[in-house]
Design a binder for this molecule. Structure first.
Ligand SMILES: [Zn+2]
Length: 55
């Protein structure tokens, strides 16, 4: 059942690396950046402001 692990969870039937891996990586990177920014109080404030404006 190793093959199932490489299938993309979006249901396309494609290999994950050929399908949504880029988006997934981008999302992970965005999350990591957000996490890093939240450790910086000034940037965290800016982010909170930004998020509020987007709502
Ligand atoms: Zn996909």
């Amino acid at each position: 059942m190793d093959n199932d692990d490489t299938l993309c969870p979006c249901g396309s039937g494609k290999d994950f690396e050929q399908c949504c891996k880029k988006e997934y990586d981008a999302l992970n990177m965005a999350r990591a950046k957000l996490k890093a920014a939240m450790k910086d109080p000034i940037r965290a404030q800016e982010l909170k402001k930004l998020l509020k404006e987007h709502k």
